[in-house]
Design a protein around this ligand. Sequence first.
Ligand code: FE
Length: 196
Amino acid sequence: MAGHGHNEPESDIAIRVKAIESLLAEKGLVDPVGIDHLVDYYETRVGPRNGAAVVARAWTDPAYKERLLDDASAAIAELGYSGLQGENMVVLENTPEVHNVVVCTLCSCYPWPVLGLPPVWYKSPPYRSRVVREPRAVLDEFGLIVPKDVEVRVWDSSAEIRYLVLPMRPEGTDGLSEEELAALVTRDGMIGVAAV
Ligand code: FE
């Protein structure tokens, strides 16, 4: 496949899914509203919980964090998360000096094993084009003001590489367990459009 090389297969899958969905709905076998709820469930709840577990482990286990930054796919697989669209993962660490944000400028590449399904705005043309040109303005609209002295880095996902942002551990969380920490981690924090 040339170039970005995954737009067409994804569209193809999307068309097939739509076709199956309308057939099932037509036969009265499924309720389209139910499907929307199911998609929302994977998009916002189930999927990102995997990424949150990875982040919480990195916050509490320095050796794990080192492995994660060194070889993200392997370190993520240690926790049992792997598979389609997560084969070549790179984890980007936010620091007091650098804030990372992820996009796929050409379509909707997204690390499925750790984040589930991409949100609608992630796939929208305005986000995809604007976050590259004016990342601070876009982050602002998400309610995230990145201080001027913090560098914003925008990472363009592709078929080859999928990114996960490792947010900074919030202040005052020293006493929290790994599980409690994971509960604080949001999907948007792992895309880089929100702080945790
Ligand atoms: Fe893409």
